[in-house]
Design a protein around this ligand. Structure first.
Ligand code: XMP
Length: 326
C-alpha cells in the first residue's frame, strides 16, 4: 500500500472522539517506528509543526528534541508563545535559537522579494543544520507534512517555502499527520490540549513578516509593522472578526509621506490593512471591515506606533492581487 495515499474509507476527523482514536493509533505507530531513538523537529509555532510536536511529546516525551528558530520575522509574541506552551506547559525538550541578528544582517539592503525569500529559507536551513549537528544520537526527523502538501507537492506551498530541509540530512522521517487535511489537524491539536490561539491560527508565510515589510527590511520599520499588526489582531479579536476572517494583517511598504503630529511636520510610513476571505487560497475576496472599526484601528496605529502616520485599506481581491502583499 502507498503510505502517502489516504485510504478511501478513512473517516474525516471532525470530533474529539475521532481525534482521540487517531491520536491513540499514532502514538502507538510512532513508538513502534522510533523505539528508544531520538527525533528532531523544527517547531515553527505554526499549526502543523505544533500539532506534530504535541503528538510526539505524548508518544515519546523527551526523546523528541524540538528546535524553534526565531528568524526575527515572527509576529508579536509568537516565539514567546511557543516557549510558554511547549516548554512551560508540555515540558518539551526545546532548543530556542534567537537568530534575529543573523537574518536581519543578511537581509540588510536586499529589496527583491524572491531574493529575500531565498535568503530567509537558506539561512533557516543553515541555523537548523547547525543546531542538529550539535546534537548526538538523532535518528529521525519529524515533519508537519499534511495531506494537501502531498497532493500539491509542486503547488503553492512548494513554491513559497523556498528551500526545505537539506537533502543530505540522513534521517528517517516521522510524519504522523501526513494523511490529514488542515481542519482535521486542528481538531487533533485541540484534542491534544493545544490552545485555540495556536490551533486556529491564520495562515502565515514561512518568511514571516519579511514579506510584509516590503523592500529592504530595516529594524525600525519591521518593529513598526510588528506593533501595528498586533493592534490589528487585537481589534479583530475584540470585535469578533478574528474567527470569521481567513487572513488579516498589516503591510508596511518602504515609502514615507509627509504628515503632521503635535503641530509639527512628521514623515512616516503607511500601514496597509489587508483582510481577505478564501476557501483554498487560490482566489480571495476582501472582508468589508465596518468603517467605525477602521477608524478605531487607524487612530490606534497612528497614535501608538512610532513611525506610522497613515493607515490605508487594500481593496484588491485575488486575482489580481495575491493574498500576501510583497
Ligand atoms: P499568495 O500570497 O500567493 O498566498 O496569494 C497564498 C497563501 O499562501 C500563504 N503563503 C505562504 N505559506 N509559506 C507558506 O506556508 C510561504 O512562504 C508562504 N507565502 C505565502 C499566504 O499567506 C496565503 O495564505
Amino acid at each position: 500500500m502507498d503510505s502517502n495515499k489516504r485510504p478511501e474509507n478513512m473517516e474525516r476527523i471532525t470530533t474529539k472522539e475521532l481525534a482521540d482514536a487517531f491520536i491513540a493509533e499514532q502514538v502507538e505507530a510512532v513508538r513502534k517506528q522510533v523505539g528508544d531513538k531520538k527525533v528532531l523537529l523544527a517547531l515553527s509555532g505554526g499549526v502543523d509543526s505544533s500539532v506534530v510536536a504535541a503528538l510526539l511529546i505524548k508518544a515519546i516525551g523527551k526523546q523528541l528534541v524540538c528546535v524553534h528558530v526565531n528568524h526575527g520575522l515572527m509576529r508579536k509574541g509568537e516565539s514567546e508563545q511557543v516557549i510558554e506552551v511547549f516548554k512551560g506547559q508540555l515540558d518539551a525538550n526545546l532548543i530556542y535559537v534567537d537568530a534575529t541578528d543573523r537574518f536581519l544582517d543578511l537581509l540588510a539592503g536586499v529589496s527583491e522579494p524572491e531574493k529575500k525569500r531565498k535568503i530567509i529559507g537558506g539561512e533557516f536551513i543553515k541555523v537548523f543544520d547547525e543546531e542538529a549537528s550539535k546534537l548526538e544520537g538523532i535518528s529521525f526527523l519529524a515533519q508537519g507534512t499534511i495531506y494537501p502538501d502531498i497532493l500539491e507537492s509542486d503547488g503553492v506551498k512548494a513554491h513559497h517555502n523556498v528551500g526545505g530541509l537539506p537533502e543530505d540530512m540522513q534521517f528517517e522521517l516521522v510524519e504522523p499527520v501526513k494523511l490529514l487535511f488542515k481542519d482535521e489537524v486542528r481538531v487533533v491539536g485541540s484534542a491534544l490540549g493545544l490552545p485555540d490561539t495556536m490551533v486556529y491560527r491564520q495562515p502565515f508565510p514561512g518568511p514571516g513578516l519579511g514579506v510584509r515589510c516590503t523592500g529592504a527590511i530595516t529594524r525600525d520599520r519591521l518593529h513598526a509593522l510588528r506593533e501595528a499588526d498586533a493592534i490589528l489582531r487585537e481589534e479583530f479579536d475584540k470585535n469578533g472578526l478574528a474567527g470569521k476572517v481567513w487572513q488579516y494583517f498589516i503591510v508596511v511598504p518602504d515609502m514615507k509621506s509627509v504628515g503632521v503630529k503635535d503641530g509639527k511636520r512628521y514623515e512616516g510610513w503607511s500601514a496597509i490593512i489587508r483582510a481577505v476571505n478564501t476557501t483554498d487560497a487560490m482566489s480571495a475576496t476582501i472582508e468589508e471591515i465596518p468603517y467605525a472599526l477602521l477608524h478605531k484601528i487607524t487612530a490606534r496605529i497612528t497614535s501608538e506606533v512610532d513611525g506610522i502616520n497613515r493607515v490605508l485599506y487594500d481593496l484588491t481581491p485575488k486575482p489580481v492581487g495575491t493574498i500576501e502583499f510583497e
